[in-house]
Design a protein around this ligand. Sequence first.
Ligand code: SAM
Length: 191
Amino acid sequence: MEELKIWKNYRKLFPSRYLENSAFDDYLKSQNFYGKRLLSVGGGNKKPEYLNEVDLLDPYVSDTDFNEHITWNTLKTYDVVIARGSINYLLTIEYTRLQRFLIDGGELIFNTFLKRPVNKTIVGVTLGGEITQEKIEVVADIIKHKLVVNEHTIEHNIYYRTLDFFYRLDRLKELKVTNYGKNSAIIHIII
Ligand SMILES: C[S@@+](CC[C@H](N)C(=O)[O-])C[C@H]1O[C@@H](n2cnc3c(N)ncnc32)[C@H](O)[C@@H]1O
């Protein structure tokens, strides 16, 4: 329940930089998803307008414009799984489940950190024009993320995963990395 509340608040106070169009969106737009079954993991409550029919797996949202909402226990399978700004929230066990959603030859496309982030504070703004202060504190593979907007403080942990972690996924056949921005990477995996 606590997590539910955190994510609800987080979406309300999201720094606008997370929602801006990025090289990751351009990459997705360049893919041919015609006729493919798509799933967005951690997709939030807003389906990107450049994607057509997409199911959603996000335990912390209810009201969205995605198609079917599925859970981690689904038996449904997909041709493509996308995770925009969400892969680093997943637990190790969820990566195993994630791969089960994909057919042989299926694709897993997500964005992540290129290198381990460093401690820093970022000042930004929400969509509603409020000033945000984000503090990032890195302790081994855990990134403690604190977001302060006016009297609200939201804190949660993000898991840093090395490139090796992704190379070790059980069903991996191919992995392509495309760097972008200061410290981001698009990872495109074929299962
Ligand atoms: C930073 S938001 C990104 C939202 C959206 N994809 C976007 O790009 O604007 C991270 C999302 O991951 C979801 N999330 C967090 N933990 C998750 C988990 N274990 N399984 C699935 N989704 C999760 C949250 O509810 C949230 O919507």
